[in-house]
Design a protein around this ligand. Structure first.
Ligand code: ADP
Ligand code: MG
Length: 833
């Protein structure tokens, strides 16, 4: 069944119409040849006519059909980019914004001054920029500064099928901006691009567009992909199953790249290692592999020079992790072989069965396997490797997370191995408690993944689950906006003077309770003016959602960080705390500063190595945690210390590796610090702040002020240790009570305050694993709470019947418990706020 919207037909029988403007592009013959093979080229005219005749156009086309790289070029050639307006393209993922801008620049033979990108931390946009790729969050910020987006002539919202929160909001906002621009006589074109035909939320939505926009369907010219299901019940060890499948494909099937979908970075690495570990033929030319340490020859040379006496390091070494591999069966898969009836007869069997072996060496490909990882936290230069041709005489095998599903198209893939799972962050809508969970993907995702195998020739997709399980998958995954807390979004919208958020034309509206929780938090933080009624918002009141933004809220909205952190920044001009708050906020925003050493190792040697690295990190964390009052700042002091130490050492890869810091995170923190400093200077012009990367540690007094600032920002994240007399049962031992949850929460074992157990703490987040754990913990003094957080204090008796609320996702019943704080004293603290 097709969509219930008008679909433009290919215009092969229409007379070609010469575009009024044609800006020539100087492409190389190879690029031109590759372009002509892309299905979207056949639709250029249809697309450009639709764009010229309609303010809003939707383009649907399979991943790899050429939407992202070609549509901006069509527009450029037709004169949509000019000195007084650019073509803007939004991507939900940073990876895509960066790599697509580079690709388009290359195809058009233009420099990155003309085809540029902007992501949160960085960009290369200039006055000459004509085509600008950016993340969706960046465009939202630009709307705040210039609601009409006057510097664009066209805005393309890419990957709309992903339904990322900011993409949804942008479409809502643009549905209003486009008519406004029309009225002004400066028309803006909006193009929404999707990899699937499921666009009803944008087209059958009378609140969104007054005229249903035309949908252009790009014929994907996808080659057939044969899908093979596993027959057995799905296994828990899908990673091991992937390994066996890859070995089999490699051993038995004709040449063609393999793409494996796993769920996370650790899994990707461990499978890459496992695949590389088998029969090893060291090949010095392979600078390919992933690898945590890629010392450049130059670096090694320098090192040698500085330590002449040492003969140990002879020549630039081949990295032991960089090898080519001829996989050999581990042997175990033959043991419980089942005869598979379907597969008899064919010469080369493409149905590999359910992970069981048939006769081997059918098409013994002795090609080495060229294994590359791909995930979003991977450094961009390593990500770029997947686009290059593998070394001659090898077979490409990319082990990827979900990034390879639609954002990036890897050339030459013929086989897809799909574990059927995805790792997602789940939020409790009200408390914001988040946990990462591995779940089954949707049918739409499974089909997207399979499609990756048929880009250049017929392919095969091996699903490590049965067709019955597939039928049970949900059809599509739910839009992000319905799944997460929305306080950052609401603050941004209020800053755009959208007071009645509930009336906003969301493609899919967020649940009312999430809106209410967001509004409540923003009122407590002082970002929104109080509603006429004091106390907690009722659902009905929340549904009206019309509190206007306060002056503090306006300041907060200018910082590109979560509202809680923005509040900290807004308060930090006191006592010269700003440089420290900026650093803490940057570190909390970037997340995952430290390497994860608790990953499964493939050998005893590796286990020992990981253990050593972990011990080193723990030792350093104790040093970074400081002494005396600084220690009470807890994990946030550790972040501050780590960033300080790293900057002191020049923020080198070497320092990070030796001390368990994630190099990429440290670079991001550095950039975000710069960006926040600029933002602070623009709010208070007299601050005259500049980032001294090597800042001194805070004084004892400053450390105390910092704890107060942190408390003021993380107001709803206060927890009190359960007192002896309250110990109901063993599960409450060493537990904390929070304002939002009934269940006991604990300080995470990785926290430096894990053993200290201060009476009152604030936490950055609660993560649910085996228990509910607080991460990013600082100790606070109870006397500060009433002064800094009046909305969260309740000095009477606990409510007899607090209104319960039920979270269908976690199945947890929760009630608001103002009683958590009723023991705090009235004595006013000496703080300036
Ligand atoms: P879509 O947006 O429809 O998914 P793209 O425009 O991203 O399609 O990709 C079109 C083609 O360009 C694909 O075949 C892809 O392999 C190729 N391509 C994209 N980026 C690169 C790159 N960095 N290097 C080489 N080829 C690329
Ligand atoms: Mg694309």
């Amino acid at each position: 069944a097709g969509p219930s919207v008008p679909v433009c037909q290919a215009a092969s029988n229409r007379p070609p119409r010469k575009p009024a403007v044609f800006i020539p592009v100087d492409r190389s013959p190879e690029i031109q040849e590759a372009r002509l093979k892309l299905p979207i080229l056949a639709e250029e005219q249809v697309i450009m006519e639709a764009v010229s005749e309609n303010p809003i156009v939707i383009i649907c086309g399979e991943t790899g059909s050429g939407k992202t790289t070609q549509v901006p070029q069509f527009l450029y050639e037709a004169g949509y980019a000019s000195s007084n307006g650019a073509i803007g393209i939004t991507e939900p993922r940073r990876v895509a914004a960066v790599s697509m801008s580079q690709r388009v620049a290359k195809e058009m033979n233009l420099s990155d001054r003309e085809v540029s990108y902007q992501i949160r931390y960085e960009g290369n946009v200039t006055d000459e920029t004509q085509i600008k790729f950016m993340t969706d969050g960046v465009l939202l910020k630009e709307i705040q500064k210039d609601f009409l987006l006057s510097k664009y002539k066209v805005v393309i919202i890419d990957e709309a099928h992903e339904r990322s929160m900011y993409t949804d909001i942008l479409i809502g906002l643009l549905s209003r901006i486009v008519p406004l621009r029309e009225k002004k006589g400066l028309p803006l074109k909006l193009i929404v691009m999707s990899a699937t035909l499921r666009v009803e939320d944008f087209t059958d939505n009378n609140r969104l567009f007054s005229v249903t926009p035309p949908v252009i369907q790009v014929d994907a010219r996808q080659f057939p992909v044969t899908v093979h299901f596993n027959k057995k019940t799905p296994l828990d060890d899908y990673s091991g199953e992937c390994f066996r499948k890859v070995c089999k494909i490699h051993r038995m099937l004709p040449p063609g790249g393999i793409l494996v979908f796993l769920t996370g970075q650790a899994e990707v690495h461990s499978l890459c290692r496992r695949l590389r570990k088998l029969t090893v033929i060291p090949l010095a030319v392979f600078v390919g592999g992933d690898d945590d340490k890629e010392e450049s020859v130059e670096e090694i040379r320098k090192f040698k020079k500085s330590r002449k006496r040492k003969k140990v390091m002879a020549l630039p070494k081949i990295d032991l992790d960089n090898y080519s591999v001829v996989p050999v069966d581990e042997g175990d898969e033959d043991r419980d072989a089942e005869t598979d009836d379907d597969i008899a007869g064919s010469d080369i069997d493409l149905d590999l069965g359910d992970g069981d072996s048939e006769e081997d060496e059918k098409s013994d490909s002795s090609l080495p396997l060229y294994v590359l990882p791909l995930y979003s936290l991977l450094a961009p230069e390593k990500q770029a490797k997947v686009f290059r041709a593998p070394p001659p005489g090898t077979r490409l095998c990319v082990v990827a997370t979900n990034v390879a599903e639609t954002s990036l198209t890897i050339p030459g893939i013929k086989y897809v191995v799909d574990c059927g799972k995805v790792k997602k962050r789940f939020y409790d809508k009200i408390t914001g408690v988040s946990s990462f969970r591995v779940t089954w993907i949707s049918q739409a995702s499974a089909n997207q993944r399979a499609g990756r195998a048929g880009r250049t020739e017929p392919g095969h997709c091996y699903r490590l689950y049965s067709s019955a399980v597939f039928m049970d998958f949900e059809k599509f995954s739910a839009p992000e906006i319905t799944k997460r807390p929305v306080e950052d979004l609401i603050l941004q919208m209020k800053a755009l003077n959208i007071e009645k958020v509930i009336n906003f034309p969301f493609p899919t509206p967020p649940p009312t309770e999430a809106l209410a929780a967001a509004e409540e938090l923003l009122i407590a933080l002082g970002a929104l003016k109080e509603p006429p009624m004091m106390g907690r918002l009722t659902q009905q009141l929340a549904a009206k959602l019309s509190c206007p933004i306060s002056p503090l809220g306006r300041i907060m909205a200018t910082f590109p960080v979560a509202p809680r952190y923005a509040k900290m920044l807004a308060l930090s001009r006191q006592h010269n705390c700003l440089p420290y708050t900026i650093t803490i906020v940057s570190a909390m925003t970037v997340r995952e500063l430290f390497e994860e050493f608790d990953r499964p190792a493939v050998s005893e040697e590796e286990t020992a190595k990981l253990k050593g690295k972990k011990a080193r990190l723990l030792q350093m964390q104790r040093i970074w945690a400081g002494q005396g009052p600084m220690q009470m700042l807890g994990d946030l002091m550790v972040m501050l210390g780590a960033v300080g130490a790293c900057e002191y050492a020049g923020c080198t890869r070497k320092f990070c590796e030796e001390n368990g810091l994630r190099y990429k995170a440290m670079l991001e923190i550095r950039r975000l610090r710069g960006q926040l400093t600029t933002a602070v200077n623009s709010v208070c012009t007299d601050a005259g702040l500049y980032v001294d990367p090597k800042m001194k540690p805070p004084t004892e007094a400053q450390a105390t002020y910092l704890r107060q600032i942190v408390l003021a920002g993380l107001g709803d994240h206060v927890a009190r240790r359960v007192q002896a007399e309250e110990l109901l049962d063993d599960k409450w031992k060493n537990a904390y009570k929070t304002a939002l949850l009934d269940d006991p929460v604990f300080i995470h074992p990785s926290s430096v305050l894990f053993k200290q157990l201060p009476e009152f703490v604030v936490y950055q987040e609660i993560v649910e694993t085996t228990k509910l754990y607080m991460k990013g913990v600082s100790a606070v003094e109870p006397e500060w709470i009433p002064a800094l957080l009046p909305p969260y204090c309740h000095f009477g008796k606990p409510l007899e019947n607090p209104p319960p609320s039920y979270c269908p996702e976690t199945g947890r019943i929760r009630c608001h418990r103002p009683s958590v704080f009723y023991r705090v004293s009235w004595q006013l603290p000496a703080v300036e706020v």
